[in-house]
Design a protein around this ligand. Structure first.
Ligand code: GLN
Length: 481
């Protein structure tokens, strides 16, 4: 079996036809993932027992003639900010290097119930803060396409695992672009669903009003199937939506006639030229498939980065306050008193980017600055959301680049946080508005670096988004139109 070529449907079919067992597939996937890991550092650790247990459950069902589930035998990597019972969950942080959660995230429970086998926990930027996966306490991740380059962040590990072919699909999290940007850098599909579509229960909080769990896959159909398995109301997360979960794959029929697409002019300034050319070709293919394309404007876009980095740091400073050396975390060796214990545990445990954000967030929330920064940013967030609502009165979907440039070299931007923050310029608006958005591959630059095209639709219109992405894939768009 060639794991890099497998899709979810194929695996299910093979298992039911008894071409191999789930246990054989899990064993081979674990062997391959461990053997390949030194090339990318995509996994922080593996959980073979858990994968094999899941495999045995799938094999048992098949032996009994029961339905083994939509994700039967899917070899999955899970970003290490998503908790797994009895399996170490580090959040890419030295602070949680030894944290073993006593419960599973809802998305993990649902995925395993559908037959998925978790191979291991995937590397990421510390507490999901970053755009290059260089902020992990467990070492940077290398892009499987070019090991000198970053895989993007913060879900660099889950993206690299799928691109490298060691996992069939993976789970990531997206607060400002952390699924779509690494998907675009690694040449795979990455989906950020509507805010509240997937329960956040068991996703370690970074910025709660922006955090999403979502899938990585090599095909649109696999991404849709994984999302379908994990989506839906969960009593453990009061922000999870009650809206019924449609069968996303049912609407994928290849037809796009009359679909209205908007190209926001603010997203096409300052693009690396090859990125611009790839997106232009992608839009050309969508036109050929029957889409009507028009230019639109999302005027509040210019304020998005400032708005995002105020809101996300404010929420992060509050969410990260719980890591105090008493609960969850490693404690500093021998502090003289309680206050110094807090200080030293946090000081030694958090990396530079987390400290920077805690300080910024505390500042924007402090008395005297709250109105000037935090409240203002909330107002700008409402404007950004309104821009999208007005656009969706005229168009069905919006198409943009995912990142202004393809994967950059490891070390290239690490000393310049402002430059790094610019990586997210086209992705953070979707999170601020809470709308579904995804990255699909749209060819490569002359140097062979993947470029991603972003598709955004209105709240809960994942079916519309998947339909466009799937038609585009069927027409050969992933290889470059
Ligand atoms: N790169 C962005 C940040 O550093 C987004 C991170 C994310 O989506 N988790 O905040």
């Amino acid at each position: 079996m060639d794991i890099a070529q497998l899709t979810l449907d194929r695996i299910r079919e093979d298992l039911i036809a008894r071409r191999y067992s789930a246990a054989e597939l899990a064993t081979e996937a674990l062997r391959l993932a461990e053997a390949e890991n030194p090339k990318t550092n995509a996994y922080i650790h593996f959980c073979p027992e858990r994968a094999l247990d899941a495999a045995r459950r799938v094999d048992g069902k098949i032996a009994n003639g029961e339905d083994p589930g939509a994700l039967a035998g899917a070899a999955v990597a899970v970003k290490d900010v998503i908790v797994t019972k009895d399996v170490r969950t580090t959040c890419g942080s030295r602070l949680l290097a030894n944290y073993i959660p006593p419960y599973d995230a809802t998305a993990v429970i649902r995925m395993e119930r559908a037959g998925a086998m978790i191979l291991g926990k995937a590397n990421c930027d510390e507490f999901a803060m970053g755009s290059s996966n260089e902020n992990s306490a467990f070492g940077a991740v290398r892009n499987p396409v070019d090991p000198e380059r970053v895989p993007g962040g913060s879900s660099g590990g889950p993206a690299a695992a799928v691109a490298q072919g060691t996992a069939v699909v993976s789970l990531g999290s997206d607060t400002g672009g952390s699924i779509r940007q690494p998907a675009s850098f690694c040449g795979v599909v990455g989906v950020t669903p509507t805010y509240g579509r997937v329960s956040r229960y068991g996703l370690v909080a970074f910025a709660s009003s922006l955090d999403h769990i979502g899938p990585f896959a090599r095909t649109v159909s696999d991404a849709a199937a994984l999302l379908h398995a994990i989506a839906g109301r969960d009593e453990m997360d009061s922000t999870s939506a009650f809206a019924p979960v449609p069968d996303y794959r049912a609407g994928m029929n290849g037809g796009l006639r009359g679909v209205k697409l908007g190209l926001p002019r603010e997203y096409f300034k300052g693009l690396a030229s090859e990125t611009g050319n790839r997106i232009e070709a992608g839009v050309g293919l969508l036109k050929k498939l029957g889409c009507e394309v028009r230019e639109i404007s999302l005027p509040a876009t210019d304020y998005a980065i400032a708005c995002y980095y105020i809101i996300c740091t404010a929420e992060a400073s509050s969410n990260l306050a719980r890591y105090d050396g008493v609960r969850y975390t490693t404690r500093s060796a021998s502090p003289p008193n309680l206050i110094d214990m807090y200080r030293a545990s946090r000081g030694e445990g958090f990396g530079a980017e987390c400290k920077r954000r805690i300080m910024l967030g505390t500042y924007v929330l402090s008395a005297g600055y709250y109105d000037a920064y935090y409240l203002k940013a909330q107002k700008v967030r409402a404007l950004i959301a309104r821009d999208f609502q007005q656009a969706f009165e005229k168009v069905d979907a919006i198409v943009t680049p995912v990142s202004p440039f393809p994967a950059f070299k490891i070390g290239e931007k690490i000393d310049d946080p402002m430059e790094m923050y610019l990586s997210d310029i086209y992705t953070i608006t979707g999170d601020l508005a809470g709308i579904p958005c995804m990255s699909v591959p749209c060819g490569k630059t002359a140097a062979g670096l993947p470029v991603g095209m972003q598709i955004l639709t209105n709240h809960f219109d994942e079916p519309g988004m998947f339909r466009i992405a799937d038609a585009y894939e069927r027409a050969g768009g992933f290889a470059g139109a």
